[in-house]
Every structure is written in C-alpha cells, then in structure tokens.
Ligand binder design. Structure first.
Ligand code: GDP
Ligand code: MG
Length: 207
C-alpha cells in the first residue's frame, strides 16, 4: 500500500533509560526476534506497522533513539517528530522507574504537542530481580494519565497488545483533536493528508 492511500500516519517514540529493552520490544513486536546480548542502538531504530482501526487505513512508525539515552538527553528533532510517546522502564531497575518523570518533562519541553500513550514496565520475566512493584507502575500511570502494562520482550508477553493499544490511542486522540479543532464535520482525513510522509521510515514529515 502506498502511503498516499493511508487515512492516518503516526509516529510513536519509545522513551526510557538505556537498556530497559526499548529496541528489543520493537524487534519482538515487528520482527518477532529477541537479542540476549545488549547492542546499544546505533542510528535511529525505526520500524512500522499497518493497522485497520475502525475501517481506517493506519500506519504507525515506531522509533527509538541512537543510544542518546545514555547521556539522558535526546535530540530535540527526535522528540519533535513524535506524535505520541510510550514510556518504558525495567521492572528490575528502580533507577529507570525514577527516571520516568524526567522523560515526561523531556517530551513536554521538546515535543511538538506529543501525546502520552502508555507506561510500560518491561522485563516482566525477571520476577526474581524485580525492584518495582506492579502497583507502583499502575500508580505512576494514573498520575500521568495513561494506561499501564508490564511486558517481556524476551517471552513476548503483552508486547503486541501494548503496542496495538498505544497505537489505537494515538489514532483515537488525533482523530478527537482533529474533530474538535475543525468546523468541517468529518474532516479527519483531510487534516491528515498533511501528515503523510514522503521519505523512508524515519524521514522528516513536514507538519
Ligand atoms: P534499550 O537500550 O532500551 O534499547 O534496551 P535493549 O532492547 O537493547 O535491551 C537491553 C538488554 O536487556 C539486552 O541485553 C536485552 O537482551 C535485555 N532485555 C530487553 N528486554 C528484555 C526482557 O523483556 N527480558 C529480559 N530478561 N531481558 C530483556
Ligand atoms: Mg536501544
């Protein structure tokens, strides 16, 4: 399918500390693979998937960053490009959980009205190394105002369901915004013509 035939094209960024499993979550969901060895992401890791939401042809591009999370600072460009964000910590790392507020601030400061889609506690298979309880994750998600899930990129638990849910939320929130901000009923498709990308997976879409 050509991108010009899409009803909606959205970009979701995965935000979280280094080594929480962002790249593996994407690889599990979109390629069905998992890497035991830690390969710091080089360049931008970007994959996409098509959905049919309520009869609309939707494509979502997911991306995570070029190892910049090591320095706790992301390029403004990466954040500006995102229409929505999934925040990720590892249930085995309290430090990564404590960093979630930082990532939210980053998105607020550098994002382009980007939507908060979901909070994920990854590495749920490592129960014996757990440092953050399910309840704490849920409480944080309530504070932020988004759904919460625990996932495992290793076993695949909740990976597809959480990515699909976050993608649907982005689609629905964007469609609500468009309907609210427009005086022309049903102008959702028209508005989103502007959002269609011309370049490769992570190419800059002019908004
Ligand atoms: P990123 O820096 O956030 O992109 O993290 P990676 O996806 O590169 O993963 C960092 C390390 O954690 C790698 O060694 C992965 O094998 C491991 N990892 C990622 N997700 C999981 C998971 O769900 N369970 C377990 N046991 N290990 C994971
Ligand atoms: Mg990575």
């Amino acid at each position: 399918m050509d991108e010009k035939d899409l009803d909606y094209l959205g970009k979701i960024i995965l935000l979280g500390s280094a080594a929480v499993g962002k790249s593996n979550m994407m690889n599990r969901f979109l390629k069905g693979i998992f890497e035991e060895t830690y390969l710091s992401t080089i360049g931008i890791n970007c994959l996409d998937k098509k959905f049919n939401f309520d009869g609309k042809k939707v494509k979502i591009k997911y991306f995570d960053t070029a190892g910049q999370e090591r320095y706790d600072s992301l390029s403004s460009t990466a954040l500006r490009k995102a229409d929505g964000a999934i925040f990720v910590y590892s249930i085995t790392s309290r430090e990564s959980f404590n960093k979630i507020n930082f990532w939210i601030t980053e998105l607020t400061n550098k994002g382009n009205n980007s939507k908060v889609l979901m909070l994920i506690g990854n590495k749920s298979d490592l129960e014996e190394e757990r440092e953050v309880s399910f309840q704490e994750g849920e409480t944080k998600a309530n504070e932020i105002g988004c759904p919460f899930m625990e996932t495992s990129a290793k076993t695949g638990e909740n990976i597809a369901i959480s990515f699909e849910k976050a993608s649907r939320i982005l689609f629905l929130k964007t469609s609500e915004d468009d309907n609210n901000s427009s005086i022309i009923p049903g102008s959702f498709d028209l508005n989103n013509k502007n959002k269609k990308g011309k370049k490769g997976c992570c190419g800059d879409n002019k908004k």
